[in-house]
Design a protein around this ligand. Sequence first.
Ligand SMILES: C[S@@+](CC[C@H](N)C(=O)[O-])C[C@H]1O[C@@H](n2cnc3c(N)ncnc32)[C@H](O)[C@@H]1O
Length: 372
Amino acid sequence: MNWQHDLNQLAEELIKAGKLSSARWVDAFTQVPRHVFVPRFWLQDKNGWRQVEASSDEGWEAVYSNRGLFTALDDNQLGISSSSMPSLMTRMLEALDIQRGHRVLEIGTGTGYNAALLSTFLGDGDVYSIDIDFVGTAAQRLASIGLQPTLATRDGREGFPEAAPFDRIMATCAVSSIPLTWVEQLTPDGMILADLKTGRCAGNLVLLHRLGPEHAEGRFVSGWADFMQMRTGTTADVPATGQADDHGQPECSTTRITGRPWAHTVPWFLASFRLPAGTGFGMRIREGETWWTITSPDGSRAEVRDIDTGQDRDVLQFGPHRLWDDIETAFDEWEKAGTPDWDRFGFTVEPGAQVVWCLDTDQSWKVESGTS
Ligand SMILES: C[S@@+](CC[C@H](N)C(=O)[O-])C[C@H]1O[C@@H](n2cnc3c(N)ncnc32)[C@H](O)[C@@H]1O
């Protein structure tokens, strides 16, 4: 197994796909052996989860391909740490315009792989990385290839005040709002790149520039990213799914929205401002047919039939809240605005208010700041 050869091939693949372009990040990327940081990982198939060693043929192939790999599961078999897709890491590192001499804070050390990329480019003296867990193992793996960035175990919402200010902060877990502490810990020209998710799959990477001690603003980034949600202890910041009961007879209608509604990422994000907090989604088989389900904590549920005949699809709505009506309204508004893509949306962070805005309309949406 020749990691250098396989890593160079992966770099070529990312370059061809336009996910890695700058010489400095190609150089760093091709110096960091990924199997050191992902010696084993979890794969899920119809029989459940199984652990795969990177030293096996199957494991090696996965580690040196552009795949995100789960590296830790909790007691409920939910992924709580992973090595993100290499292309997502390179895309974020390039989007943040990291220059030599910058001090960078990463929120979400995980395996330590991204901290290794940062340390290889910047030198480990300028790299800081924190995680709510896993930091000991990451430190050992980094040290095994001669890197010693400053790592700490703590809740990422706090940032790293004793090491601030930072020129760049990148979060590799998703947040439901941007902690003001991050803005406070930036240098005057500092920038933050984080995955803002107001609900499950509802949001994307946003690149923020510091405009004042407690004021940052910027745009969402083209393309798509979906990090695991930041945890508070063992609780996900945004619940993964709602539980729903059958509330008697459903209200029946049809819809012209195709596919899985959450796969239309922009209008799904806009719908999250209408849907109840904690709305989740899943799948259900009814009389042998697949239906996509959307459920909220009050027991409301919407189901849409998974057929693609080119005709309108059946929708069933149960419970006190008409979830599908909210989704339809958000899709309609998005279409009226000319179907703006992610880069037409921006975000402002100020004390007391975090607001998403659209460049094509005068609409804005307030983000609930929750515990962040
Ligand atoms: C996708 S992984 C990070 C991948 C990592 N950057 C790497 O290169 O392997 C997300 C990480 O966020 C961490 N995390 C979750 N909640 C957190 C919190 N409240 N504070 C800090 N880290 C948190 C998880 O423990 C997990 O390791």
